[in-house]
Design a protein around this ligand. Structure first.
Ligand SMILES: [Zn+2]
Length: 822
């Protein structure tokens, strides 16, 4: 009950509902898990309908961009001037415009940095090498936007106010509905080193040969979204909650060292100015290639990265109807491409491309571009045709995984050989091998990031507020795409069932409902990604079934393609299109922290009584014989040869020694005849039929330990070995969400009942799913007691080794010694 109250409270808080839940039962612990979500969901209006579709007066703003940007490789900085044309499609007049300055998150005075907390997990103060190096880098280099000028369309200065990661530009006159305005911003900033600072974009430095990969994201002042449901979405960028953006057209001129290869959102406009004749002819060939072809080969990239140049080139890209723009640049890039053909009149062909350094080989040329195309094949089937002309995967930083329209930054590289003294196989290990997990990790991250081009780059949900709306939906589709990549896909775990993993999280103390703002999530990964993804898997495979789910999900994707859905729009659309009431599902999975754990707590077997004393009395006699064994005293007396008085004096026996309590009398027979006479015809027919069928009747008790209501998939095994699968919908819990009893009539005796035999409900404890219970089996690993002690004499005699600099593992902890202690 405690968890229930907490979860209700959390749900109310997170949904922003101020009033108490007026319909909640306060006597005993009754709780209506099927109550409709009216209090939690916003009131439908002309912008968003009660069926979850965009309303008759749906609107969204538009922001078109022209940007000229230069990369300075000498000091890892960029500078740019950009023009934004902003169209006010809202019914409101706007006196100012809010702009997102995401790089300001790295400033010393940002809310994000000031509110970082120390690592005191498990009650112990710790500091990692990574955290220490980050603080040192912050001390050495200024980060954040340097805004040089904001000017209107005629070049006059405009008033602006920077508020942390947001900037308000005041308009000289209000921008009326339907009007458009233009303004320009000149700015620069120092690029962060991703592996040191962390932050979805920056540069990756390869100290071995002093080369760089630049991948610029959240790199230009972007329009804050103005919406019908929240007005300006200008919650500060704190690091976890991602981005809420407007669609528009982009033309971007990127000036970089002349030997760089550039990958960017959109399509390259000036091939002849930046590519060699040979590169152009290879690129043309790739435009009809069904497998990846090199535009820049590994050998050429290796040669290129050794030369260096003082000259620059300007790459020009155009992108239509995108909500963002990102780019990557390096002289290290290998480049391959192939064509993806799809059944779509608007976008029949998509150029799939990958850009990666030699350090990423041999994995990347084998898998990256194929994974890009595979993603489009699977995701398009579940949503809509890929809507853009290019789809790119760039190997950015090692731990990478980040998405932008038409371009994604992905990590994973094979391991360079490093001798590990503790590894008994170290001597045999060749260079650039990779584990099975790394291979599936690479394919998985590319599927995930390319998948984001559908959600949220096209279905433009509000990431700052709701991480799960893009990450959860995308992780769900990623899971489906991975299952179609190869059988037994191994992403992080041996048995690739996303539901087994999530149960562990859902039973933990440290969680909040999915419907919690992005930056307030306690565990970002399970909450924003795996739990909503698991919920959708259960919705598809178990609650709705594939046919209903796929139709409804596709409807959601189509309704909100290039529009901005909220959670209510998703919840309502999936109900609206499937025809199934799902409020209980959203309430349990998205608004509470309950988990699934159903136990079969009891099973009772019955036969229907025929009421006929000739039959029933004999059955009762047998039952009594079976259930009440002879008393021990009587048995032992007999064994000792002790005679009873009645044995010694047989004349003491009478009527009762010949007739036991189950002897049928005429009075009993008359009672039965009277009973049959008194029954209505249909009642008599039912009784006589039951007597003839001789079926077994079972009362099966289910207990909902986890609190989350769930369908009950049952496997019933009969005495003759037959198995029957039965799916009981979650509505069985509608009057009592804690315990229910189900009656089953079977013509065979049942020997066992199992709930969720296919592991499809995210049940957290399978030890209580069988009736009768099973003995749990496992293996015990033996271990040795090891006692460490310092042998100072031996340590003093050790030879002194040279320190070797370089590679470190940033997740390791710096030893923290309490002051004053030895
Ligand atoms: Zn993601």
């Amino acid at each position: 009950m405690r968890s229930l109250i907490l979860s209700l409270l959390a749900a109310l808080l997170s949904a922003g509902v101020a009033s108490a839940d007026e319909t909640r039962q306060t006597k005993n612990d009754h709780y209506d898990a099927f109550r409709q979500l009216d209090a939690e969901l916003p009131t439908p209006n002309v912008y968003r309908t009660a069926s979850g579709a965009p309303g008759a007066h749906y609107w969204q703003q538009r922001a078109d961009h022209n940007i000229k940007v230069s990369l300075n490789e000498d000091n890892q900085s960029i500078s740019a001037s950009q023009t934004i044309r902003y169209t006010n499609n809202s019914p409101d007049s706007l006196r100012y415009i809010w702009i997102q300055l995401d790089q300001n998150r790295f400033r010393a005075d940002s809310t994000a940095r000031l509110t970082e907390t120390a690592d005191t997990e498990d009650g112990e103060d710790t500091l990692s090498y990574g955290d220490l190096a980050r603080q040192q880098r912050y001390a050495d280099i200024d980060h954040g936007f340097v805004v040089e000028r904001v000017a209107d369309g005629r070049g006059r200065d405009m008033q602006y106010t920077i508020v942390d990661t947001m900037m308000r530009i005041d308009l000289p006159q209000p921008l009326r509905p339907g009007q458009r305005t233009a303004f320009s911003i000149d700015w620069s900033f120092n690029i962060i080193e991703e592996s040191v600072i962390g932050g979805r974009g920056g540069y990756d430095h390869f100290p071995e040969n002093d080369t760089y990969i630049y991948f610029l994201a959240q790199w230009f002042p972007r329009l804050a979204a103005y919406t019908d449901y929240v007005g300006w979405q200008h919650q500060q960028f704190l690091g976890a909650g991602e981005f809420t953006l407007e669609f528009g057209d982009y033309e971007v001129e990127i000036t970089v060292p002349a030997d760089h290869i550039v990958s960017a959102t959109g399509e390259l406009q000036n091939e002849s100015a930046v590519l060699s004749a040979e590169q152009r002819s290879r690129l043309n060939a790739a435009r009809s290639a069904d497998t990846p072809m090199y535009i820049v080969t590994p050998e050429e990239a290796l040669a290129n990265e050794q030369e260096g140049t003082a000259n620059t080139k300007t790459w020009v890209f155009k992108a239509t109807n995108v909500r963002d723009f990102a780019w990557a640049s390096s002289r290290k890039f290998i480049w391959d491409a192939m064509i993806h053909r799809q059944d779509d009149a608007e976008q029949p062909e998509v150029l799939a491309m990958s850009f990666f350094p030699n350090e990423a080989e041999p994995m990347w040329s084998q898998y990256s571009t194929h994974a890009v195309v595979h993603t489009m094949e699977v995701y398009s089937r579940f949503s809509f045709a890929y809507p853009y002309p290019t789809a790119q995967s760039v190997n950015a930083w090692e731990g990478g995984g980040m998405e932008y329209p038409m371009i994604t930054f992905n990590g994973r590289r094979p391991e360079p050989f490093e001798a590990d003294e503790d590894d008994p196989n170290a001597a045999d290990k060749p260079d650039r091998t990779y584990s099975r997990r790394a291979r599936h990790g690479l394919v998985g991250v590319i599927i995930h990031e390319i998948g984001h081009i559908y959600f949220p780059m096209t279905v433009n949900s509000d990431e700052r507020q709701w991480t799960w709306m893009d990450e959860g939906i995308n992780s769900f589709l990623q899971y489906l795409a991975e299952l179609e990549w190869e059988e037994d896909f191994h992403n992080h775990r041996d048995n690739y069932n996303i539901l087994e993993h999530i149960a562990e999280y859902m039973t933990s103390e440290n969680q909040v409902p999915i419907m919690t703002q992005s930056d307030s999530l306690l565990q970002f990964g399970p909450n924003g990604y795996t739990k909503p993804a698991s919920a959708l898997v259960i919705l598809r495979e178990t609650v709705l079934g594939r046919e209903l789910f796929d139709f409804a999900f596709r409807e959601y994707a189509q309704r909100w393609k290039f529009k901005r859905p909220t959670p209510a729009d998703l919840f309502r659309t999936l109900e609206d299109a499937s025809g199934i009431d799902l409020d209980w599902f959203w309430r349990g999975w998205f608004y509470s922290t309950d988990h699934v754990d159903v136990a079969i707590s009891g099973v009772r077997e019955y036969k229907v009584s025929t009421a006929d004393p000739e039959v029933e009395f004999e059955l009762s006699r047998q039952e009594r014989a079976d259930e009440t064994p002879e008393t021990l005293g009587q048995i032992r007396n007999r064994e000792e040869g002790r005679q009873t008085r009645l044995e010694r004096f047989p004349e003491l026996a009478d009527f009762y020694n010949e007739n036991d309590p189950y002897t049928v009398s005429n009075a009993d027979r008359n009672k039965y005849t009277k009973l049959l006479e008194d029954l209505d015809d249909w009642e008599r027919a039912a009784l006589l039929r039951a007597a003839a069928d001789d079926d077994f009747v079972y009362f099966v008790d289910f207990e909902n330990i986890g609190g989350l209501v769930t369908p009950l998939p049952l496997l019933i095994t009969d005495a003759n070995g037959d198995e029957e699968f039965m799916m009981i919908p979650a509505e069985i819990w509608r009057r009592n969400y804690r315990s229910v009893t189900k009656m089953l009539i079977r013509d065979q005796r049942v020997v066992s009942i199992e709930v969720d035999p296919r592991r499809e409900t995210a049940d957290a404890d399978f030890s209580n799913n069988h009736y009768p219970r099973r003995i749990e089996q496992s293996r015990l690993e033996l271990y040795k007691n090891d006692r460490d002690s310092r042998d100072l004499m031996a340590d003093m005699l050790s030879t002194l080794r040279e320190a070797k600099g370089g590679a470190d593992d940033s997740s390791r902890a710096v030893p923290l010694e309490p002051a004053g202690n030895d």
